[in-house]
Each structure stands twice: as structure tokens, then as C-alpha cells.
Write a protein that binds this ligand. Structure first.
Ligand code: SF4
Length: 424
């Protein structure tokens, strides 16, 4: 049974009389356990929806109009909790006072299929595997970290893992595709272990859709956690050269690439970012793979159409260290060609620690500290990936809180077109 959280105004669901709070028991006689079942069974052209409203059974008949959304927003699915104890788990590295969901060790194959969340597959029962096949949950997003069983067990802090290679083989045999990630920690699963993992994974082509290789993120809160170190430039150079060798093999063998290093790896190695065509359909964009290239590409396309900035127009741009070089290049071009006056402030991550340099982990308080240094008076641009869908930073502050405190407009542009609109 799932509860309807919202009904879209004017939708078919509203027209037939469904209401928020109604509980969907079955669709066409199939029991609905959760949002995944709902997504699976709602695609039929004709739907008989059985519900409970205040304990009373009700039926609704919907003939789906092609290409339209039913207009039902189900409640958030209760997430499964992981059984691992990863040496790099971010949940343990969170400081106090963050958004509640950041303290949840979530691991759920259903969200892997629905929303592209990575899962180690460690908490799945036979019934879950049966469901993967029944509902053809393909592709899945799988956190591998290492293909060697003992090494993976050490990394994930879990002795009862099944061998990942056997499970991937099983998925391949049942036509379930998968994207994979390798979170790499210096002196744990880097160097020859990294090469071995990538080569092992490539044996699953074409079920294997992609491999991302991302450097470990460490925060300052590591008490009682294993002693790990961050990537140095030399570590990143080594990882990139191994990734590049695999890329060359992929291209030789299949004429396409499947292996991608995270943007941060290029930044740490001080290496040039690949061009847009390298990333294909940007299948691991949400994982920090290709985001900088996409931003630059977006900028190049929009630049031609961008009007000159109004006289006296000034912006303050806040960003993290990883994206700062590209932001500076963009702003310099805007200053030269479009008369934009700007102030660029690189935000230190006081909340998680200075080793954390990506924009997605900057908190409201980090932006606040940076704004105290600002000498500008105009609008402030912040990275959109620092906000969740409810427009909150990780520490639950909001842009509005900062607007009130500093008396300046705060903007999180989602595309370069929006960014350009703000600066012109
Ligand atoms: S899988 Fe590992 S990193 Fe993810 S929540 Fe579990 S312990 Fe933490």
C-alpha cells in the first residue's frame, strides 16, 4: 500500500476523484507495495485503481491518455539501510547539525533503479533479486570499489559480502545492465588494484554501461575512523594514466568509451578536462563526472547570445576550490567581452573541513563566512548543486536566510542561460 502525497491540479487523477491521503492498494489487481510497484504497474493503458479512503474501499478507472502524466505523487518510499561499515562512509564523517537525511546509511536497489543512487548490493535478499528480474530493473547503479573479494570486504567493513564478480555475472546472464563506480582511496584500492578492478569490470561489456573512478572525499571529522589520506597530485596522475589506458583499450576493442574519471581527479592532477564529446550521454553526471566540461560547454554556447552587461552591474560569485579555475576563466571572458564586473570568492568548507573542495558539499554557513569577506553590493551567485529540492543547504539554512542577513539577492542558476540572464 502506498499513500498519495499530492495530486496534480488538472491531471487525470484529479479528474477521476483521487485525493491526497488516499492509499493505493492495487492496480489492475496487482498489490502495490511501494513506489517502485506503482511506477511499474501504472504504465498499463487502462488502470483499475483500488484504494482505501478513511478505511473505505474505493475503485477508480483511468484510461491513460498517451504521453500524459497521471498526476499522482506517491509518498517518499521508506529507504532500506545498508549493512556495511565502509572505511570512508560519509555518514560517520558528518559534523553535527546537518540535514537529518545525511545521517541515514541508505542503500536501496529500488532507488538505484529509480533515481540512479549507487548501491553496494550488500543488503539484498532473494526476494529482492527475484524482483530485479520480474520488474526488469535495468540499469542498476552499483558501487563496486574493488573487485577483489578480500579487499572489497575490508573497504566495505563487511565480511559477509557475496563475491561481486559472481553477482555481476548473474546480472549479465539475466540481461540486467549496470553502471558502476570505484571510489578510490590511496594505498587501499588504487594503483594495481584500480587497474584490476577496471579490467575485471570491462569483461561485462556490453551489460556494463560505465565505470566512474572518483577520488575519496574525506572530512575533518574522522575520530574513531581508520586513518585514510586524500589524493595527492601524484596519486591522481597515476589514477588518470590507468584510466586512460583502459579508455584506449575500450576504444580499440569496441569503438566507444566506458571509463570515466571524476572531475576532481583532473583538478587534483592539474590535468586538462576532456571535451564534451568524451562524456557521451553524461551517464555519471550526478556523480561529479563531466560537470565542469558541461558547464564550460554550456557557457561557450550561450556566450554568443549574451547581451552586454548593464553599466554598473556587478555580481559576486561564490564557488568551491574544485570549480574555481573554470569559474575564473568564465568570469574573465565575461568581463572582457560583456563588460561584466565581478568578484569571485572561493569558499572554504569550514563545515566538513578544508580537504572538501567540491561545490555540492558547501553549506549555508560556508557561504555566510565567504560573504562576510565580500566587498560587492550586487547579487550573489551560488552553485545550484549546493541546494536540495526544498531549496535548503546541507545544514538546513536557505538562500533566503542569507538574503536577510546580508541584504543581497542570492541566485542559484540552473543553467548558463539563467546565469547569463542574471548578469546582463
Ligand atoms: S554503503 Fe558504505 S558508504 Fe554507503 S552508507 Fe553504507 S557504510 Fe556508508
Amino acid at each position: 500500500v502506498i499513500t498519495i502525497a499530492e495530486i496534480e491540479t488538472g491531471s487525470q487523477a484529479e479528474q477521476v476523484g483521487l485525493l491526497p491521503g488516499d492509499k493505493i492498494v492495487s492496480i489492475n489487481g496487482e498489490t502495490i507495495r511501494d513506489r517502485l510497484d506503482y511506477e511499474f504497474f501504472r504504465t498499463e493503458p487502462s488502470l483499475e485503481v483500488s484504494t482505501l479512503r478513511d478505511g473505505e474501499e474505493m475503485q477508480f478507472q483511468i484510461e491513460r491518455e498517451y504521453g500524459t502524466n497521471l498526476g499522482i505523487e506517491p509518498e517518499v518510499m521508506k529507504i532500506h539501510i545498508c549493512k556495511n561499515n565502509c572505511v570512508f562512509c560519509f555518514v560517520y564523517q558528518n559534523p553535527k547539525g546537518m540535514r537529518k537525511s545525511l545521517y541515514v546509511k541508505d542503500e536501496d536497489y529500488r532507488y538505484s533503479f529509480l533515481d540512479g543512487h549507487f548501491t553496494t548490493l550488500s543488503n539484498m535478499e532473494q526476494a529482492d533479486w527475484d524482483r530485479v528480474l520480474e520488474q526488469n530493473l535495468s540499469p542498476l547503479y552499483i558501487s563496486v570499489q574493488a573487485t577483489e573479494p578480500e579487499l572489497r570486504a575490508r573497504l566495505l567493513g563487511n565480511d559477509s559480502l557475496e563475491p561481486i564478480m559472481e553477482r555481476l555475472k548473474w546480472l549479465q546472464e539475466h540481461n540486467i545492465d549496470f553502471h558502476t563506480q570505484l571510489v578510490v582511496i590511496p594505498e587501499w584500492n588504487d594503483r594495481e588494484h584500480l587497474t584490476r578492478s577496471m579490467e575485471d569490470l570491462l569483461t561485462f561489456y556490453p551489460s556494463l554501461q560505465s565505470i566512474s573512478v572518483v577520488p575519496i572525499g574525506l572530512t575533518k571529522k574522522r575520530d574513531k575512523l581508520p586513518d585514510l589520506r586524500s589524493f595527492t597530485q601524484e596519486d591522481a596522475e597515476d589514477a588518470l594514466s590507468r584510466v586512460n589506458n583502459c579508455i584506449n583499450k575500450c576504444k580499440e576493442e569496441w569503438g566507444e568509451n566506458l571509463v570515466y574519471a571524476g572531475d576532481e581527479m583532473y583538478v587534483i592532477a592539474k590535468a586538462d578536462l576532456p571535451p564534451p564529446e568524451f562524456y557521451g550521454d553524461y551517464s555519471q553526471y550526478e556523480n561529479g563526472v563531466g560537470t565542469l566540461t558541461a558547464l564550460w560547454d554550456d557557457f561557450q554556447r550561450e556566450l554568443v547570445q549574451l547581451p552586454m552587461a548593464r553599466d554598473g552591474w556587478e555580481i559576486t560569485v561564490l564557488t568551491g576550490k574544485t570549480a574555481s579555475c573554470m569559474q575564473r576563466d568564465i568570469l574573465e571572458i565575461l568581463a572582457e567581452e560583456k563588460n561584466v564586473k565581478y568578484e569571485l570568492l572561493i569558499c572554504e568548507n569550514h563545515t566538513f573541513g578544508e580537504m572538501v573542495t567540491v561545490t555540492g558539499l558547501l553549506c549555508g554557513d560556508d557561504f555566510r563566512q565567504a560573504l562576510k569577506r565580500s566587498e560587492g553590493k550586487g547579487p550573489v551567485l551560488i552553485p545550484p548543486n549546493s541546494l536540495n529540492n526544498n531549496n535548503q543547504f546541507l545544514d538546513d539554512l536557505t538562500p533566503k536566510d542569507l538574503e536577510e542577513e546580508f541584504g543581497r539577492k542570492i541566485i542559484a542558476p540552473n543553467s548558463f542561460r539563467e546565469y547569463c540572464t542574471e548578469v546582463s
